[in-house]
Write a protein that binds this ligand. Structure first.
Ligand SMILES: C[S@@+](CC[C@H](N)C(=O)[O-])C[C@H]1O[C@@H](n2cnc3c(N)ncnc32)[C@H](O)[C@@H]1O
Length: 332
């Protein structure tokens, strides 16, 4: 039993050991340049010796006008086997932008400090560093995403982090999106990327295979930093017709299968796919809780506030998970 538990924990830890490519960080971060001037950036799931987040911010320190860069590295106590970093202890590093004749000094030259604990982002010493930070930027462990986000909220931090789109539907996450406390960033081309995965076999089809990497689909950036795309108008071209846009059995809303097919002339609630969030302009649409449009009180209350599972049926046939929205420009 104990051995089995250890194995499950090991598998989980292994799944967390993916590293982000520098190109993906550059592609996203170029849209937020103005947010970083005079700011303390914290990467709290990052070994500075291997993290491209550390690399990106140290190389662009002066250009972004940063005040300080802090990174902490988690030392998984049991799973050394899978970890890319093999130091004895968890470490942290603080960089103030000083350069030498070679440009950015090496990690050793900057100087690493040992943490007392294992560098868990929830530990008191990491929280003390978090409190110094203005913006947190990283790719945190997918398996701890709920707790990770809850901590950012608790300490009221600005952030730009990678996560899986499945997290959108978590009951802990979706209400934050609905309340405009969290939104999506620009994202990855085609909603997928390759993460550096030294311990993994990639089963991607030949054309998509990259040595030492794993293809991950459904990855997104979550943020509370404003950006331009979020204010772009979604151009709508379809007219509403009751034949084409059916109503849910249990919710007072029409179903829309594709974001681009949102009817421009419909004023009521509409269920749209979660990929809508990629086009979500809060000046154009508002997100509504599915609980507020239940056809009657017998329909169960859902903590996440989405149209989901068997209650989201149309003529008795279940649909995919849906976000409920209203067109703000069409409201009576
Ligand atoms: C998806 S990887 C990404 C690593 C790095 N941020 C990057 O993007 O290249 C998540 C990292 O979080 C670390 N980690 C796992 N549990 C952690 C915890 N409780 N606190 C801090 N880091 C943790 C893992 O060791 C792993 O290196």
């Amino acid at each position: 039993m104990a051995r089995n538990k250890g194995l499950i924990a090991a598998q989980k830890a292994k799944k967390d050991e993916f590293y982000t490519q520098l190109a993906d960080i550059e592609n996203e971060l170029r849209h937020y340049t103005g947010h970083f001037r005079g700011k303390v950036v914290y990467c709290n799931c990052d070994d500075p010796r291997v993290s491209n987040f550390f690399r990106y911010f140290s190389l662009n320190f002066a250009r972004l006008g940063l005040k300080k860069l802090i990174t902490t590295c988690y030392k998984n106590q049991q799973m050394d086997l899978f970890s890319r970093h093999d130091a004895e202890k968890a470490i942290y590093l603080e960089y103030d932008g000083t350069v030498n004749e070679n440009g950015v000094p090496s990690v050793e030259e900057i100087g690493v400090h040992h943490l007392d604990g294992d560098g868990d982002f929830r530990s008191a010493e990491c929280i003390a560093l978090l409190q110094q930070a203005d913006i947190v930027v990283t790719n945190p462990p997918f398996s701890l995403f709920r707790e990770y986000m809850a901590q950012l909220m608790e300490y009221e931090k600005k952030f730009l982090i990678i996560g899986h789109q499945n997290a959108i539907t978590y009951k802990e996450i979706f209400p934050l999106i609905k309340n405009k406390e969290v939104w999506l960033g620009y994202g990855f081309k085609g909603g997928a990327t390759h993460l550096i995965a030294p311990n993994y076999e990639d089963y991607a089809v030949a054309g998509d295979h990259k040595e030492g990497m794993i293809r991950v689909s459904g990855v997104v950036w979550f943020t509370n930093l404003d950006h331009k795309k979020r204010h772009e108008e979604l151009i709508l071209y379809k007219r509403y017709s009751p034949e084409e846009y059916l109503k849910y059995d249990n919710y007072d809303a029409i179903n829309v299968d594709k974001t681009k097919e949102i009817p421009y002339d419909y004023a009521g609630a509409m269920g749209v796919p979660i990929t809508f969030l990629d086009k979500f302009n809060p000046d154009q649409f508002e997100i509504v809780s599915a609980n507020d449009i239940r056809a009657d009180t017998a329909v169960p209350y859902k903590a996440h506030g989405l149209i989901k599972d068997k209650d989201g049926a149309i003529n008795g046939k279940p649909t995919y998970v849906r976000i409920v929205i209203r067109n703000k420009r069409r409201q009576p």
